[in-house]
Design a protein around this ligand. Sequence first.
Ligand code: ZN
Ligand code: ZN
Length: 279
Amino acid sequence: MIRMGMSITHLGTGSRGNATLLSSGSSHILVDQGFSGVQLEKRLKMLDVSPNDLEAIVITHHHGDHGGGALIAQKRWGVPVFANHRTTAELGLLPELTQQFEALDVLQFNQGISLLPVPVPHSGADNVAFVASHGGERSAIITDLGSWTDELVHHVRGCQHIAVEANYDRKRLMAGPYPSTLKDRITGRGGHLSNVQTGEFLSQVCTDATRSITLTHLSEMNNAPHLAESTVLFEIEEVFEGDINISMQDGPQFSHFIGRRDGDGFATNAIQRIQRKLP
Ligand SMILES: [Zn+2]
Ligand SMILES: [Zn+2]
């Protein structure tokens, strides 16, 4: 049986905006909306999706690069937004178009897509990671965390696809121009993950079932794709044999799939590059 599965496509990740599209057939769910309305529309169009097609937007936390465009999407296109209590309040979301969730409440959407919000430590915010399930497989989307919990490891371990931030290279951050208070905040328990930390986390959650990894939210000042990739690969070489890709700020670049079966019933997770039309 051929089953189409669910695609995971980052429209862009980084401190200037984050949004990730989950699609299965006619169902489209956006995880985070940190872009302007114009940018969201433009990036979705490259995937032949309109903001009007969005079934829901789920928000990880209220920081502008993740939730800053949620209210615009409610006002302009009437898209329902799912967020926890703190995030809803901080973003001033419209009550009639907002559904609040608690940590570990499973959110069910059309075409058999479900999302599990798992709390992660991030200063000054009530942040969650999402574990998306479809067709008996799982994909985790984890960003903006300075450390991780046993609970997060429990829910992410063995996911078929894992998207996780690799925010900074420690040497670059320390040698860079940021004031020391900001450096302390980034490296703190509620800050962001360094490349080494991301590798350590992945070494705890990757299993034989894990086919692909996407590194996201790289700092443009304090990181570089080759540093993130080589550092993480060094940490996980004994537990991971799949493919690893890097999501940049200016997406979408590629899609991954979970829950997809080819004609012989085998799971397929081939990466699909997005054809970018020239402006
Ligand atoms: Zn962020
Ligand atoms: Zn944040």
